[in-house]
Design a binder for this molecule. Structure first.
Ligand SMILES: NC(=O)c1ccc[n+]([C@@H]2O[C@H](COP(=O)([O-])OP(=O)(O)OC[C@H]3O[C@@H](n4cnc5c(N)ncnc54)[C@H](O)[C@@H]3O)[C@@H](O)[C@H]2O)c1
Length: 270
């Protein structure tokens, strides 16, 4: 169902890899709600060609950009502004990658070279995106920027590895830049802390099956799906949430504030 919440709005959506991606689902929902979109992903992610299906469905151009490259980001914003014929109203940062996880390195045996790359891709890329927009004055007044994060930024989840540190930094960048952009142009910057979701990035976490089932049992409402995350992002891009900024917003069915659930107690007593 469409509420026309994003009618006339223009946004950039980073990170739609395939149809399981949270960014993919968000692009579909934003389109349904009347937004015009530009899609972006890393040049290597384009090789699979999947994104072209989404581009067709939401009638959006695709502009490749490695989110760690200031040149790529500048070209992306120039391309998006030329396409829209003006400024941008919303951005979804749905980007994450851990080199240490990918290479099977335990947290205690971290390779610091890999770690630098992880932090650049997963966290400082948000700063780079905001900085590019800031320098080009690309965002319209009251624009809304969301980055996706996970509760491992606040609590230990051993197999989440260095991504926990990356998410803590990402949330901090959202707060810090959110302050400056709020004052400059009433721009909102928030992070959405999503339930575990079966996507390419999500499934990279060791023992993901047990992890996602546990979270589901611990959450009074159950795990939030990728589609529900897309719905939530729509509300945050809309004009109905103009005073929400610098927040880490849990979208997790109540998991973050549950000490223990009856379902988990029952399981332990078996
Ligand atoms: N899946 C989950 O359980 C879960 C839970 C909470 C938060 N998140 C976060 O949601 C976001 C989206 O992940 P997803 O679960 O949809 O998985 P996904 O694998 O579909 O998306 C990750 C995206 O990051 C992109 N990316 C990687 N390196 C890049 C670079 N250098 N430049 C530009 N893009 C790059 C990938 O191409 C991919 O499209 C991530 O930040 C992830 O950490 C996921």
């Amino acid at each position: 169902m469409s509420y026309n919440l994003l009618k006339g709005k223009k946004g950039i959506i980073f990170g739609a890899l395939d149809e399981r991606s949270i960014a993919w689902k968000t692009a579909l929902r934003c389109h349904e709600e009347g937004a015009q979109i530009v899609l972006s992903n890393a040049p290597v992610a384009m090789r699979m060609g999947e994104i072209n299906k989404l581009a067709e469905a939401v009638n959006a151009p695709v502009i490749a950009a490695d989110a760690t490259s200031m040149d790529d980001l500048k070209k992306l914003f120039e391309g998006a502004m030329a396409h829209f014929g003006g400024g941008i109203d919303f951005i979804l940062h749905s980007i994450g990658m851990s080199l240490n996880v990918r290479k099977g390195k335990h947290y205690t045996e971290m390779d610091y070279g890999f770690n630098q790359k992880t932090l650049d891709i997963s966290s400082m890329s948000l700063h780079r995106v905001l900085r590019t927009a800031w320098d080009m004055d690309a965002l319209n007044e009251s624009a809304s920027v969301i980055a996706l994060t996970y509760i491992a930024a606040q609590r230990i989840f051993p197999d989440y590895n260095e991504m926990a540190d990356a998410k803590a930094l990402l949330e901090s960048v959202a707060r810090s830049f959110g302050y400056h952009y709020g004052i400059k142009k009433k721009v909102r910057v928030n992070t959405v802390s999503q339930s575990p979701t079966a996507t390419t990035a999500g499934s990279g976490v060791k023992g993901f099956g047990g992890f996602i089932a546990y979270a589901d049992k611990m959450s009074p409402l159950g795990n939030a799906t990728g589609d529900q995350c897309a719905d939530y992002c729509v509300t945050l891009f809309s004009d109905l949430t103009k005073m929400v900024t610098m927040q880490n917003l849990f979208h997790d069915g109540g998991y973050s504030f549950t000490g223990v659930s009856q379902a988990v107690i029952d399981q332990m007593e078996k």
